[in-house]
Design a protein around this ligand. Structure first.
Ligand code: 7RM
Length: 629
């Protein structure tokens, strides 16, 4: 483990000069059934990447079996219900072993073999963790679909990878709502010929319809199983899972991750980024349906023998203090959440925070979007009490694990900067002509020029699309789709997706940068900026702004916001139009759907494209009505 900045620099240098030696060392800390013959083979033009060739392992032996000597009775999964009055559950490593082995046998008894795809459409309960690990144990490929997606989205994902089985629950609790998961699955399965078994967990005691032969109850199937299931020997490059991520166009992309490299990288990054210490409780608030949940609720923490907290609920229910209550209740040491959550909680009175004892916290993390400076400071001051390093972790579904991030307490942080690449990560900033921009104080598109172990290997069933999307814009390099800056200290600041770049009077501006400035106004909770066609400037700046309190003097507030932007970035970035809204259209993973805002800003209100993946489709109506022409 890296313990200071000198060691970070040493490891970084070594990982660039001797990547194979470097990753050999990291991989050797895991349990392998057979050691690899060669460390790395790659060709970024083809593209093809293989790590730990010939190596054999099973990730569940790393997440479970190898901990049974030293920490059988330590809590592996600490579960907090949606309902604060329902008792929490503590699953020790010993119990995790029993549960996962049983679930693995349940899969086998129902026809699942190595290589089969299994769709997991489940709530945030421990059984979902058992389900992922059970698949991994028998060598089945899991494809988790977030339990907020519609039947149609579920159909697309199941059919794209021909899943044989669906694991689901009768229902799911989310705040004061209950989602009837099984009926969504029933609707979906009418169009999924590859699925012949559906195993249903009873979470909410809903009465559901069970189709004979196809549908089985989890508790009945589990009862029949033994608690010993020998872990399948997996090749390092065998598939571990598929996870769908939305593309900017077309159908979702099934990102493929493989066993060896993913195990090594999530373990390495978990330990080093968060500076995880034996006995600490780690809480990542993501849903297991996203890559963040895969890597930092399940595989990273469990492979490191940590206690990982899994939370079923939402930050706003029963009230806006729920996160802080959970931190106090379980004495959470490391807390990892998203800027969108921080900004929404910031809106609530500070008394919701002050009510709770947050003194157990030692490290804070952020992921998912650029974190604006104002939210960073609020998080630092009110949650970290100025005492907890914040790790702003940049990465993607495609990268499998954290790529650019401070190491907690080691790297000097700078608000809104993801800071430095982790060892093994070689970023290159490119200009539009395709040349690498060297040196500091530069800005361009972020690429990675050397493979790292947990990178996605392909898009399931469509290698050509993988090549076109990630390896064609800058031949020989992995293109992230993000823009970034490197400052005078060599620190990276992610400025957002490059399709979020607007050009105003010939000046390139990241929308994230303007948003960050707008958010500095004390009345502003959050904002989203898009471009719109402008006769003179080419593009103008259109800002959608959410305030803490209702706006009484819009003209006055608009002028103040313009002044703030003018002061922070310059008059060129001043919004031409400011629309006050009660919320922003967000995807279920918390990312602002700028596509919709762009259309509204362009004056288009009829054809907004697909809005079914939005968290709150009603907000779109409000935004359309208030559009400024
Ligand atoms: C982990 C995750 C990936 C996209 C990525 C960025 C944005 C994520 C940060 C960030 C600025 C960060 N996977 N992004 N983390 N931008 N700072 N710390 O979110 O596949 O769902 O999204 O998210 O644009 O390309 S993801």
């Amino acid at each position: 483990m890296i313990t200071n900045l000198v060691e970070y620099k040493q490891q970084y240098r070594e990982s660039n000069l001797e990547p194979e030696e470097f990753w050999t060392k990291q991989a050797s800390t895991l349990l392998w059934k057979k050691k690899w013959d060669r460390v790395l083979e790659f060709d970024f033009y083809k593209p093809e990447v293989k790590w730990f060739i010939g190596g054999k392992l099973n990730i569940t032996e790393n997440c479970i079996d190898r901990h049974l000597t030293a920490r059988a009775h330590q809590t592996a999964i600490l579960w907090e219900s949606n309902d604060p009055s329902e008792p929490s559950r503590k699953i020790t490593y010993q119990q995790l072993s029993v549960e996962v082995n049983r679930a693995a046998n349940m899969l086998k008894a129902n026809g699942i073999q190595k290589g089969d795809r299994v769709c997991i459409y489940m709530p945030m309960v421990p059984e979902t963790a058992f389900a992922l690990l059970a698949c991994a144990r028998v060598g089945a490929v899991h494809s988790v679909v977030f339990a907020g997606f519609s039947a149609g989205s579920l159909v697309d994902r199941i059919n794209d990878s021909n899943c044989k089985m669906v694991l689901t629950a009768d229902g799911a609790y989310r705040g004061d709502k209950r989602i009837d998961l099984k009926s969504i699955v029933d609707e979906a399965l009418k169009k999924c010929p590859s699925v012949d078994k559906c195993i249903v967990l009873n979470r909410t005691n809903l009465s559901v319809s069970m189709q004979p032969v196809r549908d089985l109850w989890w508790h009945e199937e589990i009862r029949k199983t033994s608690d010993v299931c020998v872990a399948e020997e997996m090749d390092a490059e065998d598939l571990l899972f598929i996870l769908y991520t939305s593309g900017s166009t077309g159908k979702p992309k099934g990102m493929v991750h493989t066993c060896g490299g993913y195990a090594v990288y999530t373990n390495y990054t978990f330990k080093n980024v968060f500076q995880y210490k034996e006995g600490q409780t780690f809480w990542c608030t993501a849903d297991v349906g996203w890559i963040t949940g895969h890597s930092y609720i399940i595989y990273g923490p469990l492979s490191a023998g940590a206690t990982t907290l899994m939370f079923e609920g939402v930050p706003s229910w029963p009230d806006m203090g729920r996160f802080w209550h959970v931190i106090e209740k379980h004495k959470v040491n490391i807390f990892y959440t998203a800027p969108t959550a921080i900004r929404s909680l910031e809106k609530a009175p500070l008394s919701f925070v002050e009510k709770y004892d947050l003194s157990s916290l030692q490290v804070l993390g952020s992921v998912g979007e650029p974190i604006n400076e104002e939210a960073w400071h609020w998080y630092d001051k009110n949650i970290g009490k100025g005492n907890c390093p914040i790790v702003d972790t940049w990465w993607q579904t495609e990268t499998g694990g954290i790529m650019i991030s401070p190491l907690a307490g080691i790297t000097k942080t700078k608000p809104a900067f993801a800071t430095l690449p982790l060892p093994g990560v070689q970023p290159a900033i490119m200009d539009e002509a395709g040349n690498e921009i060297e040196g500091n104080n530069v800005e361009g598109r972020l690429t990675i020029k050397f493979p790292w172990p947990s990178m996605a290997r392909t898009i399931y069933g469509d290698h050509q699309r993988f090549k076109d999307t990630y390896f064609s814009t800058f031949p020989g390099k992995y293109f992230t789709g993000d823009g970034c800056k490197r400052d005078e200290d060599g620190y990276y600041r992610i400025t957002g997706r490059v399709d979020d770049i607007i050009i105003v009077s010939g000046h390139n501006m990241g929308t994230a940068e303007i948003e960050s400035a707008i958010d500095e106004h004390s009345a502003v909770c959050e904002s989203a900026v898009v471009g719109f066609p402008h006769d003179i400037k080419g593009q103008g700046v259109y800002a959608f702004v959410v305030t803490y309190d209702p706006v009484h003097e819009p003209i006055h507030l608009r002028n103040e916001i313009k002044d703030v932007v003018s002061k922070i970035i310059g008059p060129i970035a001043k919004p031409d139009k400011i629309q006050f809204v009660s919320g922003l259209p967000k995807t279920r993973s918390g990312k602002i759907m700028r596509r919709i805002l762009r259309k509204v800003a362009e004056g288009e209100t009829s054809n907004l494209g697909d809005t079914t993946t939005l968290l709150d489709p009603a907000i779109v109506e409000e935004i359309k009505k208030g559009a400024i022409s």
